[in-house]
Design a protein around this ligand. Structure first.
Ligand SMILES: [Zn+2]
Length: 214
């Protein structure tokens, strides 16, 4: 069984694990230059908007054009960020537009801002997947997220009822900053969903799609 870790900040790579390692823009150039295999996400996180300029968006586009970058993000809206929603939303929208322009999905960080997120989905009508990462919310919110057209990724902390309502093809799994292995988290999700590990295949299929065009 191959496991796909759709969002991790760990740099470890193992042969039977496909990882999408999240890297910050500042480190992206050097990480991409020296990385041995693996996939990446690069983006502008809503906590780190200091000195973001138009050039940064240009640089992000350049970095994301690397074939190993399969997701743009994590990007999104966080009500706990020291930056206001008015500052966060335009930077997020730039990344939404980049996602559509270069046909790469988003890995989305959204905290306490789902109504704003749903408004942006309606406004931009994106064709690319948006994967809401690290979702810990209740099934009612999971349902609204699915209805908006977004997919959901679960990590070490999740609401089992929410896991149960997300269809297999829209359910992703991640370690993020966790000390648990991706294999352990797959087992926890499978137990919550009362399914076989191999049914949790959305991440593998996603990476396969990308690998076939590499
Ligand atoms: Zn993260």
């Amino acid at each position: 069984m191959i496991f796909t870790d759709i969002h991790t900040h760990h740099s470890l790579s193992e042969p039977d694990i496909l990882t999408v390692r999240n890297i910050r823009m500042e480190e992206a150039e050097s990480v991409l230059a020296t990385a041995q295999g693996g996939f990446f996400s690069v983006g502008i996180h809503p906590w780190y908007l200091h000195n973001i300029s138009a050039e940064d968006i240009g640089l992000l586009e350049l970095l994301c054009s690397d074939k190993r970058v399969v997701l743009i993000g994590e990007c999104g809206i966080d009500k706990n960020s020291t930056f206001s929603a008015e500052m966060q939303i335009p930077v997020f929208e730039k990344q939404i537009m980049l996602s559509e322009k270069i046909s790469k999905p988003l890995i989305v960080h959204c905290v306490g801002s789902f109504n704003e997120l749903f408004v942006l989905r309606k406004k931009h009508q994106p064709t690319q997947r948006w994967i809401i990462h690290g979702f810990r919310g209740k099934p009612q919110l999971a349902e609204q997220i699915l209805q908006s057209g977004c997919d959901i990724s679960f990590g070490e902390k999740f609401n089992p009822e929410s896991v149960r309502i997300v269809p297999f093809e829209r359910l992703f799994i991640e370690t993020d900053q966790s000390e648990f292995s991706i294999e352990e988290i797959y087992h926890q999700i499978a137990a919550a969903k009362n399914c076989k590990i191999h049914e949790l295949s959305a991440g593998n299929l996603f990476i396969n799609e990308f690998s076939s065009i590499l």
